[in-house]
Design a protein around this ligand. Structure first.
Ligand code: C5P
Length: 287
């Protein structure tokens, strides 16, 4: 086998609770993560030596800054016996710096894909450990699905799949710096007590999501302050039949969930803000 093709799905957050600031500067989180059908496509091709990254997106770095490049570096560090290298081609469909884990999912797919391409064994648990170095949500991206993530986001507990739901995902062209959003959150820190356990209990034990529970994103106020377009997008969703609307991760992506694909397509087709990235996707199970 000389080459391999991979799919790297994006994620959304159905809930993002911040429990506090840790000594290492990271935040202690409780999140519900969910994979969606929006995905990058990746091709890995063996080459004589070294790592080369090519992408379909001009704004994406192709050097060590690229998380897929970092994943390949980790793989070759772990396997000094391999003399060949790899060319990584990323067809970028997930908006960059958008709160959809676009970089982390590429990294997870590349680490997994290189094991397959070079026929090296490694279990998911060990791969998740290696992916922690790359980003807090990279371990989740290895398998995706509906998950309860805690710690920095790297501690994963699988939950029952919430089922196929249709979403409209909207990303304004504004790129958000995740550290900046967390920093502003620390300054604003307008927290209110709410019950994450109730959400976990609902997702674990009931076969219907209770959208009246507090599926909040604690980064909302900070992200909206940095990118007020988020508020405009939410206002547009408010006038639709959305069951649920929320900011994903540190933003600026906002998504809404609809009862049917048709309803979601209607909203996307009439989207009034012309410079936004707008797509209709569905939730997907563990891959
Ligand atoms: O881990 P990752 O590189 O994705 O995190 C990007 C940035 O987001 C961190 O440098 C940190 O500023 C912030 N972050 C945080 N707490 C987390 C995860 C991320 O403060 N649990």
């Amino acid at each position: 086998m000389r080459e391999i093709y991979l799919k790297a799905p994006a994620k959304i957050n159905l809930a993002l609770y911040i429990k506090g600031l840790r000594e290492d500067g990271y935040h202690e989180l409780q999140m519900i993560m969910q994979s969606i059908s929006l995905a990058d496509r990746i091709k890995l091709k063996k080459k004589s030596g070294g790592i080369v990254v090519k992408t379909s997106h001009v704004d994406l770095p192709t050097d060590e800054e690229n998380l897929a490049y970092q994943a390949a570096e980790i793989f070759f560090e772990d396997h000094p016996e391999i003399s060949e290298g790899v060319e990584i081609y990323i067809e970028k469909n997930i908006p960059i710096a958008a709160g959809l884990a676009g970089g982390s999912t590429d990294a997870a797919a590349v680490l997994n894909g290189l094991h397959l391409l070079f026929k090296k064994r490694m279990n998911y648990e060990s791969m998740r450990k290696r992916l922690e170095i790359i980003g807090s949500d990279a371990p989740y991206c290895l398998e995706g699905g509906t998950v309860y993530a805690s710690g920095k986001g790297e501690i994963i507990e699988e939950l029952p799949f919430i089922g196929e739901k249709y979403l409209v995902v909207v990303t304004p062209s504004f790129k958000i710096s995740t550290p900046k959003v967390y920093k502003l959150y620390d300054q604003l820190e307008k927290r209110y007590d709410s019950d994450f356990e109730a959400i976990l209990d609902n997702l674990k034990n009931d076969n219907k999501i209770n959208w009246n529970l507090d599926f909040k994103n604690d980064l909302k106020a900070a992200a909206e302050k940095i990118c007020p377009e988020i508020i405009e997008i939410k206002d547009i969703f408010k006038n639709t039949k959305a069951k649920f609307t929320m900011l994903s991760g540190s933003g600026p992506t906002v998504f809404s969930i609809y009862s049917t694909r048709k309803e979601a397509e209607k909203v996307a087709a009439k989207w009034p803000r012309k410079n936004d990235f707008v797509t209709v996707v569905k939730t997907i199970d563990k891959y």
